[in-house]
Design a protein around this ligand. Structure first.
Ligand SMILES: Nc1ncnc2c1ncn2[C@@H]1O[C@H](COP(=O)(O)OP(=O)(O)OP(=O)(O)O)[C@@H](O)[C@H]1O
Ligand SMILES: Nc1nc2c(c(=O)[nH]1)N[C@H]1C(S)=C(S)[C@@H](COP(=O)(O)O)O[C@H]1N2
Length: 175
């Protein structure tokens, strides 16, 4: 199986300024390592909460053939939270179902889940999925939406993802 590239983008002023270590971005990589059967190359960046920087980094990840790009942080209501805006600015199509499901699942853990404006969208042949910044949110959100991600990538001409069946039950309606 060919090695694929996956983008991991942390949008956080404090992680970018090294006020704290970026645990959430690393947690995304750990999750992907656990569930994917494909071997993959993480294209990993930490940027401050600035829309232009986020858009430019997402675009560059897509140009490096990252069929899947997962972001963390900057989805809330605070003035500098702009990751969903950056995602929407770049994407040609939005997939609001991702945000709807992740918020629904997250509500089982925290009532403040409704404060996240996390979404997902398609830019060329890349699927971009936003997660909240909290390290504990990463697994909770990715476990919920991951079963639908491989088929989404099939539909946009992205890489063929295969998962460890004991961890993620991938659903491909046409197979
Ligand atoms: N990338 C991260 N790595 C580790 N901890 C994080 C990260 N992002 C958020 N956190 C934790 O979650 C808490 C809430 O995150 P908050 O919503 O304030 O972050 P943010 O808006 O995504 O990032 P920032 O405020 O630094 O720009 C933080 O106080 C921190 O403890
Ligand atoms: N699963 C999960 N979702 C969550 C949270 C969480 O702790 N776990 N935190 C919420 C809170 S408190 C906020 S403010 C929003 C936005 O977080 P962000 O700005 O770090 O992306 O995500 C929400 N969604």
């Amino acid at each position: 199986m060919d090695k694929i590239s996956i983008g991991i983008l942390t949008s956080s002023d404090r992680a970018a300024n090294k006020v704290y270590e970026d645990v959430s971005g690393k947690e995304i990589i750990n999750f992907l390592n656990e569930v994917l059967n494909n071997s993959f190359e993480p294209v990993y960046h930490v940027v401050p909460d600035e829309k232009e920087k986020i858009v430019a980094t997402l675009k560059s990840m897509a140009e490096q053939n990252c069929g899947l790009i997962v972001t963390t942080g900057g989805t809330g209501p605070a003035p500098r939270d702009v990751t969903p805006e950056a995602t929407a600015e770049l994407c040609e199509k939005m997939l609001p179902g991702f945000g709807e499901l992740m918020r629904q699942v997250s509500l089982q853990y925290v009532p403040t889940a409704i404060l996240s404006r996390q979404t997902a969208g398609i830019y060329k042949q890349s699927l971009i999925v936003n997660l909240p910044g909290k390290p504990s949110a990463i697994r909770q959100c990715l476990e919920a939406v991951f079963p639908a991600i491989p088929y989404c990538l099939d539909l946009i001409g992205g890489p063929y993802l295969e998962c460890d069946e004991s961890k993620i039950k991938v659903f491909r309606p046409k197979s």
